[in-house]
Design a protein around this ligand. Structure first.
Ligand SMILES: Cc1cc2nc3c(=O)[nH]c(=O)nc-3n(C[C@H](O)[C@H](O)[C@H](O)COP(=O)(O)OP(=O)(O)OC[C@H]3O[C@@H](n4cnc5c(N)ncnc54)[C@H](O)[C@@H]3O)c2cc1C
Length: 648
């Protein structure tokens, strides 16, 4: 069949085939399919690296949409947001602009697990992200459904539903929960994306033709209710933290504004009865389930079934924004029929007259097993093809954005012909997430948790800038002004650390009177301020209040200094461990070893180790289901048996 070249206007080729004008745009180096949390970070960072980029979305009105909880951050997720910020990403800055309440979780525990969580105005967040995308140089945004991706030698051809074609060097797939999306409410199910958007029903076939394999995951979200229909007098109020920091390192001198509150209530025995009586009305309890759901965000019916002895489950009632009266019912995701949802909700204290604005639903979608990706998030079989976000098997805005920024950097570096970026486990939560997913694969939606990071004491929220800003600088991802700002803060911090280590407090009446006044032990000999700061009852602020220290440093630097001094010993030990782990990863494991005989290993780890018979510790650590704790037990076993074999 004859294709006639018609014209080329500014890199857009027009061809005539059977009288139909074909449009082929060759202006872009990179195409990003998806403008969700992953695609946004990918497109912005690639454009910042000077690569002409086009980003596609099914709907311009759902760019940066938060289809689930109206919040950013939380345990381990807060760490990811800080790290994205240090790499020059956007999520932190936008969350700060849309924050309506902020809290630091796990404050009662060590600083390694302190995690910032922000309630955000989800409409404002999406609107700000849309604006950011529209205003970014080197970036064009298009509402177009991509229906196929073809490999053409060193290029990819993308086709839209309306018949346009784009020829690019690199592609990022960030289609989230849209690919073959199917929504379930009771026995009702229909093809759909989240929040009533169109699903992506054509793209999968062409991806399978270039070797991508898919499987089915699912997730769910709770109902939203009208504020006026809830009785908050029957709930516990949850306020924001006055001293919570903002997310972006560029905003740490500013204070959080807590503009709204959340509420807490609980389910009860009646709720449980209604759910148990009707659970078979959820399609996931009547048909053989192919789709795998998130272990750590279970539906309320899953919780009632999985924890039969538990009398009640905690519910957080969260505002979806300032200019909306919709409330998000955290902890109540469900796929039961809407009438049953209303029935069990009305058993909950404060929900007696509840009026739903949107029912809870579950959504199934296609995703890949990330074991087919390199630790650059490039598809191992196809150079230039990258994946990021929910399509890789992860779950959560933060996990998606973290992958998005790395995929964006690497797809751009691929177009520029430069070496790609690999973030090591010991550098960041992002590095840990990608290493976990691409070396172990995932058997259910992957949610980041602090327990996944064996190096968590050095991967804290407060030092993400020191760990990643130098990498961002080297790649040209941050401005010179930001770099100078970072160096200035680093110098201020190091100078003050030195001062604390070199200032000796001498034992005198006045000093000891002050120490006694705060219930701290008297000193008999001179003591360094840094040693004094290690006392549990003393923190950085105390040293200032007792006039032992003169300091007008901003709060965030005081916090950094306090953590680095108080945990100095543990941090040193963890750094030494990293060195040792690297060295020990080559320790051999006997092929004939019966892991069932090693006490303390998780059941899942015993099974997986027996199946794969790893050569050495390093290989064992790569097996999905074998965690840092299991590796530690193997080290103990090896040490004991090597000693015994020496004796024998
Ligand atoms: C119902 C529901 C419940 C959830 N519950 C939780 C939870 O409890 N906990 C949790 O951590 N996370 C939850 N999430 C997940 C969270 O929303 C996602 O992790 C996050 O949105 C993923 O971001 P993403 O960028 O990968 O994809 P998304 O935000 O889904 O964005 C995908 C983008 O791809 C575009 N797109 C798709 N196909 C095409 C195509 N063919 N052509 C052009 N554009 C296309 C879409 O328009 C959209 O812009 C839930 C999501 C949903 C939908």
């Amino acid at each position: 069949m004859y294709v006639v070249f018609v014209s080329n206007i500014g890199g857009v080729y027009f061809f005539k085939k059977r009288g139909i004008v074909l449009y082929l745009d060759e202006n872009y180096g990179l195409a990003v399919i998806g403008a969700g949390h992953a695609g946004i970070e990918s497109a912005l960072i690639a454009a910042k690296l000077g690569v002409k980029t086009v980003i596609f979305t099914m709907s311009m009105d759902f760019i940066g949409n938060c289809p689930c909880n109206p919040s950013i951050g939380g345990t381990a997720k807060g760490h990811l947001v800080r790290e994205i910020d240090a790499l020059g990403g956007e999520m932190a800055k936008t969350a700060d602009k849309c924050c309506i309440q902020a809290r630091v979780l796990n404050k009662g525990k060590g600083p390694a697990v302190h995690s910032l969580r922000m309630q955000i105005d989800r409409h404002k967040y999406a609107q700000k992200m849309k604006q950011k995308i529209e205003q970014q140089n080197y970036l064009d945004v298009k509402q177009a459904e991509i229906v196929c991706v073809l490999k053409d030698k060193n290029f990819y051809i993308l086709k839209t539903k309306h018949g346009l074609s784009f020829k690019v060097k690199s592609v990022i797939l960030a289609t989230g929960t849209y690919l073959e999306g199917k929504v379930f409410i009771g026995q009702t199910c229909y093809n759909s994306g989240p929040d009533g958007t169109f699903p992506s029903m054509f793209l999968k076939k062409s991806l399978e033709e270039i070797g991508v394999k898919f499987r089915r995951f699912k997730t769910g979200t709770p109902a939203r209710a009208l504020k006026s229909s809830l009785d908050f007098s029957k709930m516990q109020i949850q306020l924001g933290d006055k001293d919570a920091e903002l997310f972006s390192f560029c905003n740490l001198k500013n204070n959080v504004k807590n503009l709204s509150v959340c509420y807490i209530t609980w389910t009860n025995e009646k709720t449980k009865d209604v759910i148990l009586k009707n659970v078979l009305k959820s399609i996931f309890y009547t048909r053989e389930n192919k789709a795998i759901g998130p272990r750590y965000c279970p539906s309320i019916e899953d919780k009632v079934i999985r924890f039969p002895k538990r009398k009640r489950h905690q519910i957080f009632v969260e505002p979806c924004g300032i200019k909306t009266d919709e409330m998000y019912l955290q902890g109540l995701s469900s796929s039961l029929p809407e009438d049953i949802q209303i029935e069990f909700l009305r058993t909950i204290s404060g929900f007696e007259n509840i009026s739903l604005t949107r029912p809870a639903y579950a959504i199934e979608y296609d995703c890949i097993n990330p074991i087919c990706l390199d630790s650059t998030l490039e598809f191992s079989n196809c150079t230039g093809l990258f994946f990021a976000g929910q399509i890789t098997g992860s779950s959560g805005y933060e996990e998606a954005a973290a992958q998005g920024i790395v995929a964006g950097i690497n797809a751009a570096l691929r177009v520029l012909g430069k070496p790609l970026l690999i973030l090591k486990r010991e550098s960041s939560y992002i590095g840990t997430l990608i290493n976990d997913m691409t070396t172990k694969g995932v058997s259910e939606p992957y949610r980041m948790m602090t327990s996944r990071a064996e190096h968590r004491l050095i991967l804290r929220q407060d030092n993400a800038d020191e760990r990643l800003i130098p990498i961002a600088k080297k790649l040209g991802l941050i401005s010179d002004k930001r770099w100078e700002n970072f160096l200035e803060n680093l110098e201020l911090k190091n100078k003050q650390m030195k001062k604390l280590k070199n200032t000796i407090l001498s034992p005198n009446k006045e000093v000891n009177k002050k120490l006694e006044s705060i219930g701290s032990a008297k000193i008999n000999t001179g003591i360094k301020l840094s040693e004094l700061l290690k006392r549990p009852e003393i923190n950085y602020r105390t040293l200032i209040d007792l006039d032992f220290l003169n300091s007008n440093l901003p709060e965030f630097l005081c916090r950094k200094i306090e953590i680095q001094i108080k945990y100095e010993g543990y941090i040193k030990k963890q750094l030494a461990n990293i060195k040792k782990t690297k060295k020990n990863s080559f320790r051999k494991l006997p092929k004939t070893l019966n892991y069932k005989n090693i006490t303390g290993l998780k059941l899942e780890a015993q099974e997986k180790l027996l199946n794969s018979k790893p050569e050495n510790i390093g290989e064992a650590a790569k097996i999905s289901g074998v965690g840092p704790a299991d590796i530690a037990i193997l080290h103990v076993w090896l040490a004991k048996h090597q000693k015994q074999s020496k004796i024998l």
